[in-house]
Design a protein around this ligand. Structure first.
Ligand SMILES: CC(C)(COP(=O)(O)OP(=O)(O)OC[C@H]1O[C@@H](n2cnc3c(N)ncnc32)[C@H](O)[C@@H]1OP(=O)(O)O)[C@@H](O)C(=O)NCCC(=O)NCCS
Length: 226
């Protein structure tokens, strides 16, 4: 018998609600993160931003054996140079992604493989027809808000893994039907892209997915202990 070892990409996924914020978390932020935080008008936005940054610092610090406040996240926007772009860890082989929606904040960490994570609150008040045109590719169809947001998070996780963000029209991406396990079928602007994705378990009323730029299947290690 031949033993075939299937390589997997391990993705550490942290998921917390906004109630996990503590006053001391602000002290873990860098000067530029504090400035960005101070510029956010709504308290919930400040909490989401703080928790995303803190999850990243605690998880990366734990992995590298550093105190969280020593973890420096670079967010240089490749469009305008400001500190609001894709988060990276300069000089380190770890890759990370942050997402927040309503009461939930998610963080994903991989080694040596770009990663993207997305969480969205499933809203029933959307205009599915109008949004479907912008989000769904030909052949994709959502029969409910839950299915629509399943497509949405898979696609957004993908464009965050590539770093394209929403500059890549979501309708240029085709993913597996919402009722099937997550997978990329076609990425218009990047036809040779090799990627894997996985839906994530989140509380009722949310949808979430993670994507990596690797053909190997994803193994999720869930953490919620901030
Ligand atoms: C990235 C993006 C898809 C996130 O969408 P969203 O649903 O609003 O927000 P999410 O909560 O899921 O993700 C936000 C996180 O994505 C990350 N992010 C930002 N730009 C990113 C990019 N290009 N690729 C991957 N991740 C990115 C950040 O960590 C951000 O969290 P932060 O608040 O800690 O900075 C969207 O904001 C986007 O496309 N931005 C880029 C648009 C652009 O380039 N504009 C030019 C500005 S000059």
């Amino acid at each position: 018998m031949i033993d075939v070892e299937v390589h997997q990409v391990e993705v550490e996924v942290w998921s917390v609600d906004l109630g996990r914020e503590r006053p001391e978390h602000v002290r873990l932020l860098s000067a530029s993160e504090r400035k960005r935080r101070a510029g956010l008008r709504r308290e919930a936005d400040r909490t989401r931003f703080t928790l995303g940054s803190v999850l990243a610092k605690v998880a990366v610090g734990r992995r590298l054996g550093f105190a969280p406040e020593r973890v420096v996240i670079d967010r240089t926007c490749d469009h305008c140079g400001r500190q609001h772009g894709r988060p990276t860890l300069p000089g380190c082989s770890l890759a990370l992604s942050i997402s927040h929606s309503a009461d939930r904040v998610l963080f994903a960490l991989t080694e040596g493989v770009p990663v993207g994570v997305d969480v969205e609150r499933v809203r029933a008040d959307i205009d599915p027809a109008g949004l479907a045109q912008r989000v769904l590719a030909p052949g994709e169809a959502a029969r409910s808000a839950a299915e629509f947001f399943r497509y949405w998070v898979r696609k957004e996780a993908m464009v965050k893994a590539t770093g394209d963000g929403l500059r890549a029209p979501m309708s240029d991406l085709t993913v597996t039907p919402a009722a099937e396990p997550a997978g990329l079928l076609r990425y218009g602007p990047r036809p040779n892209l090799r990627a894997s994705m996985s839906d994530l378990t989140v509380p009722d009323g949310y949808a979430a997915a993670v994507a990596v730029l690797s053909a190997s299947p994803i193994l999720v290690a869930a953490v919620d202990e901030l």
